[in-house]
Design a protein around this ligand. Structure first.
Ligand SMILES: [Ca+2]
Ligand SMILES: [Ca+2]
Ligand SMILES: [Ca+2]
Length: 540
Protein backbone atom coordinates (compact mmCIF):
# COMPACT_ATOMS: atom_id res chain seq x y z
CA UNK A 1 0.00 0.00 0.00
CA UNK A 2 1.32 3.43 -0.80
CA UNK A 3 1.77 5.51 2.30
CA UNK A 4 -0.93 8.12 1.91
CA UNK A 5 -1.39 10.72 4.60
CA UNK A 6 -4.77 12.33 4.99
CA UNK A 7 -3.81 14.04 8.18
CA UNK A 8 -5.82 17.16 7.56
CA UNK A 9 -9.01 15.21 7.92
CA UNK A 10 -7.89 12.99 10.75
CA UNK A 11 -7.05 16.12 12.66
CA UNK A 12 -10.46 17.58 12.12
CA UNK A 13 -12.26 14.42 13.00
CA UNK A 14 -10.21 13.55 16.03
CA UNK A 15 -9.34 16.88 17.57
CA UNK A 16 -11.19 19.65 15.82
CA UNK A 17 -7.97 21.45 15.00
CA UNK A 18 -7.75 23.91 12.17
CA UNK A 19 -4.83 22.77 10.06
CA UNK A 20 -4.53 24.28 6.63
CA UNK A 21 -3.94 27.70 5.11
CA UNK A 22 -4.83 28.67 1.58
CA UNK A 23 -2.78 26.78 -1.01
CA UNK A 24 -1.09 29.76 -2.66
CA UNK A 25 0.42 30.93 0.58
CA UNK A 26 1.35 27.40 1.48
CA UNK A 27 2.98 26.83 -1.90
CA UNK A 28 5.40 29.68 -1.37
CA UNK A 29 6.24 28.53 2.13
CA UNK A 30 6.70 24.90 1.14
CA UNK A 31 8.36 25.18 -2.25
CA UNK A 32 11.80 23.52 -2.10
CA UNK A 33 12.08 23.87 1.69
CA UNK A 34 13.72 20.45 1.78
CA UNK A 35 16.58 21.74 -0.39
CA UNK A 36 17.38 24.60 2.00
CA UNK A 37 20.14 24.91 4.55
CA UNK A 38 20.03 24.86 8.34
CA UNK A 39 22.54 27.69 8.77
CA UNK A 40 21.58 30.01 5.91
CA UNK A 41 17.82 29.50 5.99
CA UNK A 42 17.26 28.26 9.57
CA UNK A 43 15.32 25.31 8.12
CA UNK A 44 16.50 21.73 8.69
CA UNK A 45 16.54 20.91 4.96
CA UNK A 46 19.22 18.91 3.14
CA UNK A 47 21.41 21.77 1.84
CA UNK A 48 20.89 20.62 -1.75
CA UNK A 49 21.27 24.11 -3.24
CA UNK A 50 24.41 24.72 -1.24
CA UNK A 51 25.90 21.54 -2.70
CA UNK A 52 25.08 22.61 -6.26
CA UNK A 53 26.28 26.18 -5.75
CA UNK A 54 29.48 25.49 -3.86
CA UNK A 55 30.63 21.98 -4.80
CA UNK A 56 29.10 20.74 -8.03
CA UNK A 57 29.28 23.75 -10.37
CA UNK A 58 30.99 22.82 -13.63
CA UNK A 59 31.50 19.21 -12.58
CA UNK A 60 30.80 16.39 -15.04
CA UNK A 61 28.13 13.81 -14.28
CA UNK A 62 26.81 10.55 -15.68
CA UNK A 63 23.16 9.74 -16.24
CA UNK A 64 21.78 7.45 -13.54
CA UNK A 65 18.61 5.39 -13.93
CA UNK A 66 16.27 5.40 -10.93
CA UNK A 67 13.52 2.79 -10.66
CA UNK A 68 10.33 4.03 -8.99
CA UNK A 69 8.24 1.06 -7.88
CA UNK A 70 4.93 2.72 -7.11
CA UNK A 71 1.40 3.44 -8.33
CA UNK A 72 2.69 4.67 -11.71
CA UNK A 73 4.21 7.94 -12.93
CA UNK A 74 2.69 10.65 -15.14
CA UNK A 75 5.49 10.52 -17.70
CA UNK A 76 4.00 13.50 -19.59
CA UNK A 77 4.17 15.92 -16.65
CA UNK A 78 5.81 19.18 -17.75
CA UNK A 79 8.34 19.17 -14.90
CA UNK A 80 9.64 15.62 -15.41
CA UNK A 81 8.94 14.53 -18.99
CA UNK A 82 12.53 15.31 -20.05
CA UNK A 83 13.87 13.06 -17.30
CA UNK A 84 11.86 9.92 -18.03
CA UNK A 85 13.77 6.75 -18.86
CA UNK A 86 13.33 5.53 -22.41
CA UNK A 87 14.22 1.97 -23.29
CA UNK A 88 16.25 2.75 -26.40
CA UNK A 89 16.48 -0.90 -27.43
CA UNK A 90 12.71 -1.28 -27.65
CA UNK A 91 10.59 -0.17 -30.62
CA UNK A 92 7.31 1.27 -29.38
CA UNK A 93 3.95 -0.18 -30.27
CA UNK A 94 4.99 -2.95 -32.68
CA UNK A 95 3.82 -5.77 -30.39
CA UNK A 96 7.33 -7.25 -30.38
CA UNK A 97 9.76 -7.62 -27.51
CA UNK A 98 12.59 -6.07 -29.52
CA UNK A 99 15.22 -6.07 -26.77
CA UNK A 100 14.17 -9.55 -25.64
CA UNK A 101 13.99 -8.61 -21.97
CA UNK A 102 10.72 -10.52 -21.60
CA UNK A 103 8.47 -7.45 -21.81
CA UNK A 104 6.72 -6.34 -24.99
CA UNK A 105 6.91 -2.63 -25.93
CA UNK A 106 8.24 -1.57 -22.53
CA UNK A 107 9.27 1.98 -23.39
CA UNK A 108 9.23 3.80 -20.02
CA UNK A 109 8.88 0.85 -17.67
CA UNK A 110 6.32 -1.81 -16.90
CA UNK A 111 3.05 -2.39 -15.05
CA UNK A 112 2.47 -5.62 -13.19
CA UNK A 113 -1.10 -4.52 -12.47
CA UNK A 114 -2.66 -4.44 -15.92
CA UNK A 115 -3.31 -6.61 -18.95
CA UNK A 116 -2.92 -5.97 -22.65
CA UNK A 117 -6.68 -5.33 -23.02
CA UNK A 118 -6.35 -1.98 -21.23
CA UNK A 119 -7.80 -3.37 -18.03
CA UNK A 120 -5.99 -2.63 -14.82
CA UNK A 121 -6.04 -3.17 -11.10
CA UNK A 122 -6.68 0.08 -9.29
CA UNK A 123 -7.89 -1.11 -5.89
CA UNK A 124 -6.94 -4.24 -4.01
CA UNK A 125 -7.60 -6.03 -0.75
CA UNK A 126 -5.16 -5.93 2.16
CA UNK A 127 -2.97 -8.95 2.91
CA UNK A 128 -4.84 -9.48 6.19
CA UNK A 129 -8.08 -9.74 4.22
CA UNK A 130 -6.53 -12.30 1.84
CA UNK A 131 -5.00 -14.40 4.62
CA UNK A 132 -8.21 -14.33 6.64
CA UNK A 133 -10.20 -15.43 3.62
CA UNK A 134 -7.74 -18.10 2.52
CA UNK A 135 -7.69 -19.95 5.85
CA UNK A 136 -11.11 -19.16 7.35
CA UNK A 137 -12.88 -22.30 6.18
CA UNK A 138 -10.05 -24.50 7.45
CA UNK A 139 -9.24 -22.93 10.80
CA UNK A 140 -12.34 -21.01 11.87
CA UNK A 141 -13.57 -23.73 14.22
CA UNK A 142 -10.27 -25.49 14.89
CA UNK A 143 -8.78 -25.38 18.36
CA UNK A 144 -5.08 -24.72 18.71
CA UNK A 145 -4.43 -28.17 20.22
CA UNK A 146 -5.96 -29.90 17.18
CA UNK A 147 -3.62 -28.20 14.68
CA UNK A 148 -0.96 -30.50 13.13
CA UNK A 149 2.60 -29.38 13.74
CA UNK A 150 3.14 -28.84 10.00
CA UNK A 151 0.26 -26.36 9.97
CA UNK A 152 1.22 -24.40 13.06
CA UNK A 153 2.74 -21.54 11.08
CA UNK A 154 -0.33 -21.10 8.87
CA UNK A 155 -2.64 -21.37 11.86
CA UNK A 156 -0.81 -18.66 13.76
CA UNK A 157 -0.65 -16.46 10.68
CA UNK A 158 -4.41 -16.88 10.31
CA UNK A 159 -5.07 -15.97 13.94
CA UNK A 160 -2.91 -12.87 13.69
CA UNK A 161 -4.46 -11.76 10.38
CA UNK A 162 -7.99 -12.40 11.68
CA UNK A 163 -7.39 -10.29 14.78
CA UNK A 164 -6.02 -7.41 12.69
CA UNK A 165 -8.77 -7.75 10.10
CA UNK A 166 -11.56 -7.55 12.66
CA UNK A 167 -9.92 -4.56 14.33
CA UNK A 168 -9.41 -2.70 11.02
CA UNK A 169 -12.95 -3.47 9.90
CA UNK A 170 -14.46 -2.06 13.06
CA UNK A 171 -12.24 1.02 12.88
CA UNK A 172 -13.22 1.59 9.25
CA UNK A 173 -16.91 1.32 10.12
CA UNK A 174 -16.69 3.89 12.87
CA UNK A 175 -14.57 6.13 10.64
CA UNK A 176 -17.24 5.83 7.96
CA UNK A 177 -19.80 6.86 10.51
CA UNK A 178 -17.95 9.96 11.68
CA UNK A 179 -16.80 11.13 8.26
CA UNK A 180 -20.27 10.73 6.78
CA UNK A 181 -21.82 12.62 9.68
CA UNK A 182 -19.26 15.35 9.13
CA UNK A 183 -19.99 15.44 5.41
CA UNK A 184 -23.76 15.53 5.98
CA UNK A 185 -23.38 18.36 8.48
CA UNK A 186 -21.32 20.18 5.93
CA UNK A 187 -23.88 19.87 3.13
CA UNK A 188 -26.85 20.66 5.40
CA UNK A 189 -25.22 23.75 6.88
CA UNK A 190 -24.06 24.82 3.44
CA UNK A 191 -27.61 24.69 2.03
CA UNK A 192 -29.08 26.42 5.09
CA UNK A 193 -26.66 29.34 4.86
CA UNK A 194 -27.04 29.67 1.10
CA UNK A 195 -30.84 29.63 1.36
CA UNK A 196 -30.77 32.29 4.08
CA UNK A 197 -28.41 34.55 2.14
CA UNK A 198 -30.13 33.74 -1.15
CA UNK A 199 -26.80 33.33 -2.93
CA UNK A 200 -24.73 30.48 -4.29
CA UNK A 201 -21.29 31.66 -3.29
CA UNK A 202 -20.77 32.58 0.35
CA UNK A 203 -17.80 34.51 1.75
CA UNK A 204 -16.49 34.76 5.28
CA UNK A 205 -17.80 38.32 5.33
CA UNK A 206 -21.31 37.09 4.48
CA UNK A 207 -21.11 34.62 7.33
CA UNK A 208 -19.90 37.23 9.81
CA UNK A 209 -22.80 39.46 8.81
CA UNK A 210 -25.50 36.95 9.74
CA UNK A 211 -27.36 37.88 12.94
CA UNK A 212 -29.96 35.31 13.95
CA UNK A 213 -31.69 33.73 16.93
CA UNK A 214 -32.43 30.55 14.93
CA UNK A 215 -30.40 27.84 16.69
CA UNK A 216 -30.12 25.69 13.56
CA UNK A 217 -28.88 28.57 11.46
CA UNK A 218 -26.49 29.66 14.22
CA UNK A 219 -24.95 26.19 14.22
CA UNK A 220 -24.73 26.17 10.43
CA UNK A 221 -22.97 29.56 10.39
CA UNK A 222 -20.51 28.36 13.03
CA UNK A 223 -19.66 25.26 11.03
CA UNK A 224 -19.33 27.06 7.69
CA UNK A 225 -17.15 29.74 9.31
CA UNK A 226 -14.86 27.06 10.71
CA UNK A 227 -14.60 25.36 7.32
CA UNK A 228 -13.99 28.63 5.48
CA UNK A 229 -11.25 29.63 7.93
CA UNK A 230 -9.55 26.29 7.56
CA UNK A 231 -9.70 26.60 3.76
CA UNK A 232 -11.48 23.31 3.36
CA UNK A 233 -13.37 22.49 0.18
CA UNK A 234 -16.40 20.28 -0.23
CA UNK A 235 -14.52 18.20 -2.82
CA UNK A 236 -11.80 17.42 -0.31
CA UNK A 237 -14.25 16.16 2.26
CA UNK A 238 -16.00 14.11 -0.41
CA UNK A 239 -12.61 12.64 -1.35
CA UNK A 240 -12.17 11.52 2.22
CA UNK A 241 -15.65 9.96 2.28
CA UNK A 242 -14.71 8.02 -0.87
CA UNK A 243 -11.42 6.97 0.70
CA UNK A 244 -13.24 5.46 3.67
CA UNK A 245 -15.76 3.79 1.36
CA UNK A 246 -12.88 2.27 -0.60
CA UNK A 247 -11.53 0.70 2.57
CA UNK A 248 -14.82 -1.05 3.22
CA UNK A 249 -15.71 -1.89 -0.37
CA UNK A 250 -12.29 -3.05 -1.51
CA UNK A 251 -9.42 -3.18 1.01
CA UNK A 252 -11.42 -5.05 3.66
CA UNK A 253 -13.91 -6.85 1.44
CA UNK A 254 -13.22 -10.63 1.48
CA UNK A 255 -15.26 -11.13 -1.70
CA UNK A 256 -13.27 -8.62 -3.78
CA UNK A 257 -10.70 -10.18 -6.13
CA UNK A 258 -9.46 -8.00 -9.01
CA UNK A 259 -6.48 -10.30 -9.67
CA UNK A 260 -8.45 -12.47 -12.10
CA UNK A 261 -7.95 -9.93 -14.90
CA UNK A 262 -4.21 -10.62 -14.92
CA UNK A 263 -4.60 -14.38 -15.38
CA UNK A 264 -1.75 -14.84 -12.93
CA UNK A 265 -1.25 -16.90 -9.78
CA UNK A 266 0.39 -14.50 -7.32
CA UNK A 267 1.59 -17.29 -5.03
CA UNK A 268 3.80 -19.02 -7.59
CA UNK A 269 6.85 -17.74 -9.46
CA UNK A 270 6.03 -19.59 -12.68
CA UNK A 271 7.94 -17.46 -15.17
CA UNK A 272 4.77 -16.73 -17.14
CA UNK A 273 4.68 -13.12 -18.32
CA UNK A 274 1.88 -10.79 -17.25
CA UNK A 275 1.21 -7.07 -17.08
CA UNK A 276 1.46 -4.38 -19.74
CA UNK A 277 3.48 -1.30 -20.67
CA UNK A 278 0.94 1.05 -19.05
CA UNK A 279 3.29 2.35 -16.39
CA UNK A 280 1.09 5.38 -15.62
CA UNK A 281 -1.98 3.42 -14.53
CA UNK A 282 -5.33 4.87 -13.46
CA UNK A 283 -4.00 6.82 -10.47
CA UNK A 284 -0.35 7.86 -10.82
CA UNK A 285 -0.67 10.60 -8.15
CA UNK A 286 1.54 8.99 -5.54
CA UNK A 287 4.27 7.78 -7.90
CA UNK A 288 4.38 11.11 -9.74
CA UNK A 289 4.88 13.01 -6.48
CA UNK A 290 7.68 10.61 -5.49
CA UNK A 291 9.33 10.83 -8.92
CA UNK A 292 9.28 14.65 -8.83
CA UNK A 293 11.19 14.77 -5.56
CA UNK A 294 14.00 12.75 -7.13
CA UNK A 295 14.11 14.12 -10.64
CA UNK A 296 11.89 17.13 -11.39
CA UNK A 297 13.68 19.52 -13.77
CA UNK A 298 16.07 21.77 -11.87
CA UNK A 299 15.82 25.54 -12.51
CA UNK A 300 13.53 25.01 -15.51
CA UNK A 301 11.00 27.60 -14.38
CA UNK A 302 8.44 24.94 -13.49
CA UNK A 303 7.42 23.34 -10.22
CA UNK A 304 10.17 22.30 -7.87
CA UNK A 305 13.85 21.49 -8.15
CA UNK A 306 14.49 17.74 -8.09
CA UNK A 307 17.45 16.58 -6.03
CA UNK A 308 19.42 14.84 -8.78
CA UNK A 309 20.07 16.75 -12.01
CA UNK A 310 21.13 13.90 -14.27
CA UNK A 311 18.65 11.07 -13.80
CA UNK A 312 16.20 9.05 -15.83
CA UNK A 313 13.07 7.90 -14.03
CA UNK A 314 11.86 4.36 -14.76
CA UNK A 315 8.29 3.73 -13.64
CA UNK A 316 7.48 0.21 -12.49
CA UNK A 317 3.85 -0.01 -11.51
CA UNK A 318 3.21 -2.61 -8.83
CA UNK A 319 1.44 -0.80 -5.98
CA UNK A 320 -2.36 -0.56 -6.04
CA UNK A 321 -4.73 1.18 -3.63
CA UNK A 322 -4.57 -1.77 -1.24
CA UNK A 323 -1.71 -4.12 -0.45
CA UNK A 324 0.78 -4.88 -3.20
CA UNK A 325 1.53 -8.55 -3.98
CA UNK A 326 4.93 -9.93 -3.03
CA UNK A 327 5.30 -11.50 -6.46
CA UNK A 328 4.72 -8.18 -8.25
CA UNK A 329 7.29 -6.47 -6.01
CA UNK A 330 9.82 -9.23 -6.60
CA UNK A 331 9.38 -8.96 -10.37
CA UNK A 332 9.38 -5.15 -10.24
CA UNK A 333 12.76 -5.16 -8.45
CA UNK A 334 14.14 -7.62 -11.00
CA UNK A 335 12.78 -5.56 -13.90
CA UNK A 336 14.43 -2.38 -12.61
CA UNK A 337 17.75 -4.16 -11.95
CA UNK A 338 17.82 -5.91 -15.33
CA UNK A 339 17.04 -2.72 -17.22
CA UNK A 340 19.77 -0.59 -15.72
CA UNK A 341 18.47 1.05 -12.54
CA UNK A 342 21.20 1.85 -9.99
CA UNK A 343 18.79 2.90 -7.27
CA UNK A 344 15.23 1.75 -6.61
CA UNK A 345 12.72 3.75 -4.58
CA UNK A 346 10.12 1.80 -2.61
CA UNK A 347 7.58 4.10 -0.95
CA UNK A 348 5.10 1.41 0.07
CA UNK A 349 4.62 -1.29 2.65
CA UNK A 350 2.31 -3.61 4.51
CA UNK A 351 1.96 -5.57 7.72
CA UNK A 352 1.91 -9.12 6.29
CA UNK A 353 4.11 -10.63 3.60
CA UNK A 354 2.96 -14.19 2.87
CA UNK A 355 5.31 -14.71 -0.10
CA UNK A 356 8.27 -12.95 1.47
CA UNK A 357 10.89 -15.44 0.16
CA UNK A 358 10.07 -14.27 -3.39
CA UNK A 359 10.91 -10.68 -2.45
CA UNK A 360 14.02 -11.80 -0.53
CA UNK A 361 15.38 -13.53 -3.64
CA UNK A 362 14.86 -10.37 -5.70
CA UNK A 363 16.55 -8.24 -3.01
CA UNK A 364 19.54 -10.63 -3.03
CA UNK A 365 19.62 -10.40 -6.82
CA UNK A 366 19.74 -6.59 -6.60
CA UNK A 367 22.49 -6.93 -4.00
CA UNK A 368 24.66 -9.01 -6.36
CA UNK A 369 24.23 -6.30 -9.01
CA UNK A 370 25.12 -3.47 -6.62
CA UNK A 371 21.66 -1.90 -6.81
CA UNK A 372 20.56 0.18 -3.82
CA UNK A 373 17.03 -0.18 -2.43
CA UNK A 374 15.51 2.75 -0.55
CA UNK A 375 12.42 1.95 1.49
CA UNK A 376 9.99 4.27 3.29
CA UNK A 377 9.74 3.29 6.97
CA UNK A 378 5.94 3.71 7.06
CA UNK A 379 3.41 6.13 8.55
CA UNK A 380 1.96 4.27 11.52
CA UNK A 381 3.98 6.14 14.15
CA UNK A 382 5.26 2.74 15.23
CA UNK A 383 8.56 1.38 16.38
CA UNK A 384 9.51 -0.93 13.51
CA UNK A 385 12.05 -2.71 15.73
CA UNK A 386 8.96 -4.27 17.32
CA UNK A 387 6.38 -4.29 14.50
CA UNK A 388 8.07 -4.83 11.15
CA UNK A 389 6.73 -3.25 8.00
CA UNK A 390 7.23 -5.25 4.78
CA UNK A 391 9.20 -5.42 2.60
CA UNK A 392 11.95 -5.56 5.18
CA UNK A 393 15.69 -6.14 4.72
CA UNK A 394 15.66 -9.06 7.16
CA UNK A 395 15.41 -12.32 5.26
CA UNK A 396 12.60 -14.75 6.02
CA UNK A 397 13.16 -16.52 9.38
CA UNK A 398 16.63 -15.05 9.56
CA UNK A 399 18.54 -12.43 11.48
CA UNK A 400 20.59 -11.57 8.41
CA UNK A 401 19.68 -8.37 6.61
CA UNK A 402 20.35 -7.22 3.05
CA UNK A 403 23.36 -4.90 2.78
CA UNK A 404 21.91 -2.83 -0.09
CA UNK A 405 18.95 -1.47 1.85
CA UNK A 406 18.08 1.78 3.60
CA UNK A 407 14.93 2.48 5.57
CA UNK A 408 13.89 6.14 5.90
CA UNK A 409 11.89 8.06 8.50
CA UNK A 410 10.27 11.46 7.83
CA UNK A 411 11.38 14.77 9.33
CA UNK A 412 9.76 18.22 9.23
CA UNK A 413 10.95 21.78 8.56
CA UNK A 414 10.90 22.51 12.28
CA UNK A 415 13.88 22.19 14.53
CA UNK A 416 13.45 20.99 18.10
CA UNK A 417 10.72 18.74 19.43
CA UNK A 418 8.73 18.68 16.18
CA UNK A 419 11.66 17.48 14.03
CA UNK A 420 10.34 13.94 13.48
CA UNK A 421 7.00 13.93 11.61
CA UNK A 422 4.18 12.89 13.95
CA UNK A 423 3.24 9.94 11.72
CA UNK A 424 6.70 8.56 10.97
CA UNK A 425 7.71 5.05 11.90
CA UNK A 426 11.01 4.87 13.75
CA UNK A 427 13.41 2.28 15.13
CA UNK A 428 16.90 2.38 16.52
CA UNK A 429 17.77 -0.85 14.69
CA UNK A 430 15.47 -0.72 11.67
CA UNK A 431 15.36 2.92 10.51
CA UNK A 432 18.67 4.14 9.09
CA UNK A 433 18.20 7.85 8.85
CA UNK A 434 15.53 10.57 8.58
CA UNK A 435 14.87 12.84 5.59
CA UNK A 436 12.33 15.62 4.89
CA UNK A 437 8.87 14.07 4.49
CA UNK A 438 6.41 16.59 5.83
CA UNK A 439 4.56 19.12 3.63
CA UNK A 440 6.63 18.41 0.55
CA UNK A 441 5.61 20.27 -2.58
CA UNK A 442 5.98 18.16 -5.71
CA UNK A 443 4.21 17.02 -8.87
CA UNK A 444 0.58 16.09 -9.32
CA UNK A 445 -0.56 14.43 -12.57
CA UNK A 446 -1.81 16.75 -15.31
CA UNK A 447 0.92 19.42 -14.99
CA UNK A 448 -0.28 20.25 -11.48
CA UNK A 449 1.49 20.46 -8.12
CA UNK A 450 0.60 19.66 -4.54
CA UNK A 451 2.03 19.25 -1.07
CA UNK A 452 2.01 15.78 0.47
CA UNK A 453 3.36 14.31 3.67
CA UNK A 454 4.64 10.83 4.43
CA UNK A 455 7.71 8.66 4.67
CA UNK A 456 6.78 8.11 0.98
CA UNK A 457 8.19 11.60 0.43
CA UNK A 458 11.22 11.04 2.70
CA UNK A 459 12.45 7.92 0.86
CA UNK A 460 12.83 9.68 -2.53
CA UNK A 461 14.91 12.38 -0.81
CA UNK A 462 17.47 9.68 -0.06
CA UNK A 463 16.96 8.09 -3.47
CA UNK A 464 17.66 11.49 -5.03
CA UNK A 465 20.80 11.95 -2.96
CA UNK A 466 22.04 8.44 -3.77
CA UNK A 467 21.41 9.08 -7.48
CA UNK A 468 23.23 12.42 -7.31
CA UNK A 469 26.27 10.76 -5.67
CA UNK A 470 26.27 7.92 -8.21
CA UNK A 471 25.94 10.44 -11.01
CA UNK A 472 28.86 12.70 -10.01
CA UNK A 473 30.99 9.94 -8.46
CA UNK A 474 30.21 6.83 -10.56
CA UNK A 475 33.07 4.88 -9.03
CA UNK A 476 31.29 4.75 -5.64
CA UNK A 477 29.92 1.34 -4.73
CA UNK A 478 26.49 0.71 -3.26
CA UNK A 479 27.90 0.22 0.24
CA UNK A 480 30.07 3.35 -0.02
CA UNK A 481 26.99 5.38 -0.95
CA UNK A 482 25.10 4.02 2.06
CA UNK A 483 28.07 4.75 4.28
CA UNK A 484 28.37 8.34 3.02
CA UNK A 485 24.65 9.05 3.46
CA UNK A 486 24.68 7.66 7.01
CA UNK A 487 27.82 9.49 8.11
CA UNK A 488 27.25 12.84 6.42
CA UNK A 489 23.76 13.62 7.76
CA UNK A 490 23.11 16.62 10.01
CA UNK A 491 23.56 15.43 13.54
CA UNK A 492 20.48 15.91 15.73
CA UNK A 493 21.35 13.02 18.04
CA UNK A 494 20.92 14.90 21.30
CA UNK A 495 17.93 17.00 20.21
CA UNK A 496 14.98 16.21 22.50
CA UNK A 497 12.10 15.33 20.19
CA UNK A 498 8.53 14.11 20.40
CA UNK A 499 8.12 10.41 19.86
CA UNK A 500 5.86 10.00 16.80
CA UNK A 501 2.41 8.75 17.67
CA UNK A 502 0.87 11.83 19.14
CA UNK A 503 -1.50 11.86 16.19
CA UNK A 504 -4.74 11.55 18.10
CA UNK A 505 -3.88 13.86 20.91
CA UNK A 506 -2.74 17.44 21.17
CA UNK A 507 -0.76 16.64 24.27
CA UNK A 508 2.61 15.12 23.60
CA UNK A 509 4.00 13.57 26.71
CA UNK A 510 6.96 11.52 25.59
CA UNK A 511 10.22 13.11 24.49
CA UNK A 512 13.45 11.28 23.64
CA UNK A 513 16.81 12.22 22.14
CA UNK A 514 16.50 12.00 18.32
CA UNK A 515 19.17 9.26 18.28
CA UNK A 516 16.62 6.84 19.79
CA UNK A 517 14.53 6.98 16.62
CA UNK A 518 17.08 5.70 14.11
CA UNK A 519 20.52 4.12 13.72
CA UNK A 520 22.19 7.47 13.10
CA UNK A 521 20.14 10.19 14.79
CA UNK A 522 20.66 12.21 11.62
CA UNK A 523 18.76 13.98 8.84
CA UNK A 524 20.43 13.50 5.46
CA UNK A 525 22.54 16.34 4.08
CA UNK A 526 23.41 16.65 0.40
CA UNK A 527 26.20 19.20 0.88
CA UNK A 528 28.06 17.16 3.49
CA UNK A 529 27.49 13.95 1.49
CA UNK A 530 29.00 15.44 -1.69
CA UNK A 531 31.93 16.76 0.33
CA UNK A 532 32.57 13.31 1.75
CA UNK A 533 32.18 11.64 -1.66
CA UNK A 534 34.74 14.08 -3.07
CA UNK A 535 37.22 13.20 -0.32
CA UNK A 536 36.73 9.44 -0.67
CA UNK A 537 37.03 9.39 -4.46
CA UNK A 538 40.07 11.66 -4.44
CA UNK A 539 41.78 9.24 -2.05
CA UNK A 540 40.90 6.17 -4.13
CA1 LIG B 1 11.20 -5.40 -24.18
CA1 LIG C 1 8.49 -3.38 -29.36
CA1 LIG D 1 11.32 22.20 -11.87
Amino acid sequence: MVFRILFLFSFIISTGLVAQKALDEAEQRLLNWHNKDLVTDSIPGMSTEKAYNELLKGKKSNTVIVGIIDSGVDTDHEDIKDNIWVNSKEIAGNGVDDDKNGYIDDINGWSFLSNTKDQCIDRETLEMTRIYKKFASRYENMKAEDVKSTEKYDYELYQKAKKEFIKKLSEAKSEENSVKTFYNNFTTSDSLVKAYLKKDSVTLEDLNGIVTEDEKLKKAVKMQTFLKESGMQKEEIKKYVDHVDDKLNYNLNVEFNPRTLLGDNPEVMDGKPYGSNDCQGPDPGHGTHVAGIVGAGRKNGKGLDGIADNVKIMSVRAVPDGDERDKDIALAIRYAVDNGASIINMSFGKGFSPEKPLVDEAVKYAETKGVLLIHAAGNDAQNTDKDPSFPSPYYYHSKTAASNWMSIGASTMQKGAMLPAFFSNYGRKTVDVFAPGHEIYSLKPGNLYEANSGTSMAAPMVTGLAALLKSYYPQLTCSQIIDIIMKSGTNFRSEKVNVPGSRKSKIVTKKVPFKKLSKTGKVINVYQAVKMAEQITTRQ
